[in-house]
Write a new protein. Structure first.
Length: 115
């Protein structure tokens, strides 16, 4: 089964995403912290959706670590808003989707990249 990594410090947002991703027939590995998630095993991950504000760090730092481990891993971001400098850094890794309005677009991106 194809596995997707979803990192968001909001349990509500993480569960909403995980539920939709699971409904699409994909497995989900959930994360909630920049520090803890940096240790995730990227082997076998098809793609990652990372919150830009993980509470203990910004998602671009986590994306950097994920890409260090797996240079071709597709990464996108999900955010309620972020400073322009953070958005610009995020766009260097992949698309940025805004919560909650672009949840369906984020799920579409996941299913395209996980297949």
């Amino acid at each position: 089964m194809t596995t997707v990594f979803v990192a968001d410090d909001s349990a509500l947002a993480r569960r909403a995403i995980a539920s939709k991703v699971s409904a699409a027939g994909l497995a989900v590995v959930e994360g909630e912290s920049a520090v803890l998630d940096a240790a995730v095993d990227v082997a076998g991950l098809a793609c990652a959706l990372v919150d830009l504000d993980l509470g203990d760090g910004d998602g671009t730092q986590l994306a950097s670590e994920l890409r260090r481990q797996s240079p071709a891993l597709p990464i996108a971001f999900f955010t309620g808003g972020a400073p322009e400098a953070v958005l610009a850094r995020a766009k260097e890794y992949g698309p940025v989707f805004f919560k909650p309005a672009e949840l369906d677009r984020a799920i579409d991106w996941i299913t395209r990249n996980a297949g």
